[in-house]
Design a protein around this ligand. Structure first.
Ligand SMILES: Nc1ncnc2c1ncn2[C@@H]1O[C@H](COP(=O)(O)OP(=O)(O)OP(=O)(O)O)[C@@H](O)[C@H]1O
Length: 317
């Protein structure tokens, strides 16, 4: 394991007009990241993803808990931990006035890289940034800035990279480009801890992930295992009498869930359950206005674990 974190906790206290207010941002998180894997932390806004990553990156001190990172104790050997990881914040951390090259070079010097000039040139080339390397940060596109931020995080060649919501705000093309680059990191042996509120990103990129909500891990596993655990397929129906439909279909399903006027029916094999399900509804005189069959998604996992949809929490999917 390159990261083994146990029972991490962090509470923030802020002053407001009503007096001090406390927010339990992280309430006991366990994480185990194997060498060479892309590990995801998926959750809605405010779930505690950034706080968790910042604790593991030595940027804030946990109130409780322990972690070993690349063989070093987070609390006792923070400098050793810091030298073994790259951290790319949500905002990106690219300055407006300095050139991309100067910013990467500065990071190389801070990390006491043996040949900073050479290491800078190499990492810029690796991220297709050589051509724009001598332009100031403010002239770069969103996608280029994100790549510069990753180059800054990787210039000292750490075995572990933390990416906090790396694709938020990027257009689909730049997002796809960054996904490819993150996958290349895995191929080169770098372990990646990635936070995201995008379901498709977690599903496409992560070897394993945790789903966090309100500062706690609510599910953990490979995307496929998590989806299997919830159920194979989901049949989503809009009907005139959802309660009666749910009662009728209960015996045919692993589980039924009513979400406003949408009825979700979780079954092992949707294709073969569908005819029986339609017959049952017809026999009961329930009128159907729409029906859809989907393979289950990580949102179904989130819904099953928390009782709400990740799409409804304000996080785009
Ligand atoms: N420095 C701080 N002071 C006070 N409260 C904080 C601080 N940092 C985070 N919080 C609160 O802790 C909770 C968790 O925040 P965090 O940024 O870790 O969530 P997140 O999952 O990364 O969310 P997002 O997807 O919006 O970045 C939120 O309620 C947030 O307002």
């Amino acid at each position: 394991m390159i990261v083994e974190a146990h029972d991490l906790k962090k509470t923030f206290t802020t002053r407001s007009r009503k007096g001090p207010q406390t927010v339990e941002a992280v309430r006991g998180v366990d994480l185990e990241i194997a060498k060479g894997e892309i590990f995801g932390v998926l959750g809605p806004n405010g779930a505690g993803k950034t706080t968790t990553i910042r604790m593991l990156a030595t940027l804030i001190t946990p109130d409780a808990g322990t972690a070993m990172i690349a063989g070093h104790d987070l609390l006792k050997e923070p400098a050793a931990v810091r030298s073994r990881l790259g951290y790319v914040s949500q905002a990106g951390g690219v300055e407006d006035t300095t050139t991309a090259r100067a910013q990467v070079m500065m990071a190389a010097k801070i990390h006491a890289v043996a040949d900073p000039k050479q290491a800078t040139a190499e990492v810029l080339e690796r991220f297709d940034l050589t051509e724009i390397a001598d332009r100031p940060g403010r002239t770069l596109s969103g996608g280029q800035k994100r790549r510069v931020a990753i180059a800054i995080g990787l210039v000292h060649n750490p075995p572990l990279l933390f990416l906090d919501e790396p694709t938020t705000g990027l257009d689909p093309q730049n997002r796809a480009n960054l996904w490819d680059r993150i996958e290349q990191l895995r191929e080169s042996g770098t372990s990646v801890l990635l936070s995201t509120h995008y379901l498709d990103e977690a599903d496409a990129l992560c070897d394993r992930l945790v789903i966090v909500d309100h500062g706690r891990v609510v599910a953990e596993g490979t995307p496929a295992a998590l989806k299997r655990e919830v159920s194979g397929d989901v049949i989503t129906l809009r009907v005139d009498d959802p309660e009666r439909a749910a009662e009728t279909l209960g015996p045919l399903a692993r589980e039924t869930r009513l979400d406003d006027d949408l009825l979700r029916v979780y079954v092992d094999d949707g294709e073969h359950t569908l005819p029986a399900l339609l017959r049952a509804l017809e026999e009961q005189g329930v009128k159907l206005s729409s029906i859809a069959l989907d393979r289950s998604t990580l949102d179904d996992v989130f819904l099953a674990k928390t009782g709400r949809s990740l799409r409804d929490t304000g996080a785009a999917a």
